[in-house]
Design a protein around this ligand. Structure first.
Ligand code: ZN
Length: 201
C-alpha cells in the first residue's frame, strides 16, 4: 500500500478536508509543540458540528481519549478518536483564539487567529462555517488545578506525535495551526510551527 499524501498545515493557517464516512485523517504534530484547533461538521448540514459541551456530557470527562466517540450538537457520533501516539493531553475547554482575544492580550494590529483560520480553511474548499464552534484543541495542555482553576500549559507531545480521527458520517474536518505566540500554549519558545495531515481513504 502506498503511503497517503502528506499535506502541510502551514504555521498560523487553517485547512479543511472532506471525509466520507469511514475515511480517516491523521493529524501530525510535526515539530511536537504545536496546538491544532480541530473542528468537524456534518458535510450535508454544516449546522451540525462536533460540540465540546455535548462531548463532555457524553464522556463524563473533560479530556477525550483514543477509543472515544466524538459527538455533535445533535448528540450523535461524528468522529471516532481512533489512535493517539501522544500522552493524550488535549483540551476541550477553551474557545478558539480570535481578534478580540489578541486585543485583550495587547495587540493593536491584526494577529492571525484560529477563528479566522477556520473560515479561511473552509473557504479554500468553498464552504462557509455557520460560526466558530468550540474546537477540540489537539495537544493543548490546560491543567485544571485546585479550585477548578485552569493554567496555560505547554504541550507534552513530542515531534511526530499524531492522532487518527475516523469519520462516522460524511464530514468536513477543519484544522488551525494555532498562531498563539504570546502565551506558551505552543511551547515555551512561543513560536508557532507548521503541522501535517494525511487522509486515509
Ligand atoms: Zn488559536
Amino acid at each position: 500500500m502506498t503511503e497517503p499524501e502528506l499535506h502541510t498545515l502551514p504555521a498560523r493557517r487553517g485547512r479543511a478536508v472532506r471525509l466520507k464516512k469511514g475515511e480517516s485523517i491523521r493529524i501530525i504534530n510535526t515539530h511536537g509543540q504545536q496546538v491544532v484547533d480541530t473542528w468537524a461538521f456534518n458535510a450535508d448540514d454544516l449546522r451540525e458540528f462536533m460540540s465540546m459541551e455535548h462531548l463532555r456530557a457524553s464522556l463524563e470527562r473533560i479530556f477525550p481519549h483514543a477509543g472515544d466517540m466524538l459527538v455533535t450538537n445533535r448528540r450523535r457520533p461524528i468522529l471516532a478518536f481512533v489512535e493517539d501516539s501522544s500522552p493524550g493531553i488535549h483540551d476541550t475547554l477553551m474557545a478558539a483564539c480570535d481578534s478580540y482575544r489578541y486585543g485583550l492580550l495587547g495587540c493593536t494590529t491584526y494577529h492571525d487567529n484560529c477563528t479566522d483560520n477556520l473560515h479561511g480553511g473552509m473557504g479554500l474548499i468553498g464552504l462557509t462555517p455557520p460560526g466558530c464552534p468550540s474546537p477540540l484543541n489537539l495537544w493543548m495542555n490546560i491543567p485544571v488545578v485546585e479550585g477548578g482553576r485552569t493554567q496555560w500549559g505547554e504541550p507534552v507531545s513530542k515531534p511526530g506525535d499524531y492522532v487518527v480521527l475516523r469519520a462516522e458520517i460524511d464530514s468536513v474536518v477543519a484544522m488551525s495551526a494555532c498562531p498563539q505566540d504570546i502565551l506558551p500554549i505552543n511551547g515555551a519558545a512561543c513560536s508557532p510551527t507548521e503541522a501535517h495531515y494525511q487522509v486515509l481513504r
